[in-house]
Design a protein around this ligand. Structure first.
Ligand SMILES: N[C@@H](CCC(=O)N[C@@H](CS)C(=O)NCC(=O)O)C(=O)O
Length: 226
């Protein structure tokens, strides 16, 4: 399937990865324009690297007033906010694949996407700063430990849900699995002491086998770039 789609973002951003995985899952062609105010080809600006840029230009701000990533353009239509983009792509191109073409599954998946954004991102962000992006003298082991404990608490909630349903929003894969799956993966790349979460383990292993996951979500360089 081919669209006329451009994505601005960076694969080191889990919010951009939500969109990249969604597009790959649907099988849509797209162009990726690397854009960021905080990361560039060499890594984080915290470590003296130049950012990809673009996000401060008037043209970009007209599409995304916050100057964040990701943003997409599909034909004449532009949209920012990663979960809104995912919902848009799902509704337009793949309702069956991404929510079973069912409004209640859409709502359940959407609820978990919001939960991922509202609850999971904050301590994930602390972890990537503490383990990857900050210089050693800027790091705080107690802050890192608290963020890891918070992720253990949150993925305990995911584990309970996955004890009720095989996937986050029901019996089959949906857009609800995307953000929570990406953050689960990044969390597991830090090599920490992880709690036993059998339902998460049963769900995470096959997610990693999905062809659409392989290009964007699996690579360590999309997560561990400092
Ligand atoms: N709620 C927005 C947040 C966007 C956001 O904060 N993105 C981060 C990357 S995950 C960003 O733009 N960071 C600064 C940058 O890369 O310039 C969304 O979900 O799209």
């Amino acid at each position: 399937m081919s669209g006329n789609i451009t994505v601005w973002g960076r694969p080191t951003s889990t919010r951009t990865l939500r969109v990249l995985w969604t597009l790959a899952e649907i099988g849509l062609d797209f162009d990726l324009v690397l854009a960021s105010g905080t990361m560039g080809a060499g890594g984080s600006i915290e470590n003296g690297n130049a950012p990809y840029g673009i996000v401060d230009t008037p043209d970009y701000r007209a599409m995304n007033p916050m100057g964040t990533v990701p943003t997409i353009r599909d034909g004449d239509f532009t949209l920012c906010e990663s979960n809104s983009i995912t919902r848009y792509l799902a509704m337009k191109y793949a309702p069956d694949l991404l929510y079973g073409d069912d409004i209640e599954t859409f709502a359940r998946a959407s609820r978990w996407m919001d939960w991922d954004n509202n609850e999971v991102i904050e301590s994930q962000h602390t972890l990537v700063l503490e383990h990857v992006r900050l210089r050693p003298e800027q790091r705080d082991s107690q802050r890192a430990a608290m963020a890891h404990a918070d992720q253990a608490r949150l993925y305990g909630i995911v584990d309970e849900q996955l004890g009720r349903t095989p996937f986050i929003a029901g019996d089959t894969f949906s857009m609800g699995d995307i953000g929570i799956g990406i953050h689960c993966h990044r969390w597991h790349l830090y090599g920490l002491d992880y709690p036993d979460l059998p339902n998460v383990a049963r769900w995470y292993a096959p997610l990693r086998q999905r062809p659409a996951w392989a290009k964007w979500v699996e690579p360590r360089e999309h997560h561990l770039v400092g």
